[in-house]
Design a binder for this molecule. Sequence first.
Ligand SMILES: [Zn+2]
Length: 415
Amino acid sequence: MHDQTVIQPILLKYGAQMDQKFCGCPFTPMLDDRRYGRMKQVRATGLQLFREENIPLQVREQEPVARYNEIIGGLTAHWEGQDKPYPQVVAQMDSPHREIREAAWRSVQQARRSIKDEVARIMDELVQLRHQIALNAGFDNYRDDVFCEKNREYTVADCYSFHQAVERYVIPAWDRLAKQLQQSLGIDSYHPWVTTPCTLSKPPFSTVEELMDGVETMLRCTAPDFGDKFAHMRAHGLLDLESRNGKAPGRFCDFFGYSKNTFVFANFSPSFFALIALIHKMGHAVNGYLQIRDEYEWTDLRAEVAELYSHGMELLCLDKLGEFYHDESSLKAAQREELHRSLNMLIGPLSGDIFQHWMYTHPSHTSAERDAKYFEIIQRFGGHPVDYRGLEEEASIGWIDSIHFIAFACAACLG
Ligand SMILES: [Zn+2]
């Protein structure tokens, strides 16, 4: 609270003064655009959008976000007669057993319903606050404000044409994958709890050494330089992958400015997911090395672009999964799983994008209208092949456990 009410307003005020000083400095235009262009642009936009009267509103915006984090952090779901942490029950939706998946799905819905009204009030409050911030800065709505603030190199119209392209070209493939999964499971109806099972029965490796050997070969076959980077990281202790007692949870890729290295941290246990996650992180790592080499401003990665390299690396390695899956049928199953994941990563965040365009350009919407809009969007995209009959209410509140809508408004998904 002290940080939010005392420190942040001071930081915002002096941040704006710093932008002003920087933009007015006679030496600023002399800075090399290749290295400092982005920084110059970010500071100029910051100065252009700064409004003293928005400071208290930006401070107030933090309060409902903190409240939301508390609600989600403490959320539990009923599982096997006990209250379990919500993410643990969500993870059960990947189970190969249909009854477990359905029970988990229903338990997750019940947990969501228990917080729905409170989260809806938080969202209402945030939409109003953000709309006022945008009006103060001279925009018609918060969406347009954010487009300017984030220095996007694409337009609102580009977003809409991208949505349409995905609907036209990607959703038919998404439907075909659903049909295939439905057939392989031998079921009549494609319910929401059918959509997530992992169809790969065996983990692709048993030790982290095995994982690293295989991934190094895959990267080297993709580009010798990628293999060299991996070997360098491995030899210099820059890959901390194994889970062990007392190790912090999570996974990330970081950049070390002084030693000009990248570092990958994870807690991997043998699974298809761990294999893909390492390839994903190597996409970030290789990109980091290339930026260091070219002396770009690598500390200021844009969220939208950052994930391009990681997901790109996953797809570049798609035809090399035979390194782990030796027979033809398991290789095909692994490739299909990865394709499913890639399409999901495209469709999910995109639906969230459409949802946010709508929310912030219709700031006086009601909670019921918001849920109805969300349901309409998922039926157009990710939920297109799904049978929601009798489950409409559950499906329409699916947005409430996504932190992106609350805390990182209008940001692309950070996978
Ligand atoms: Zn990533």
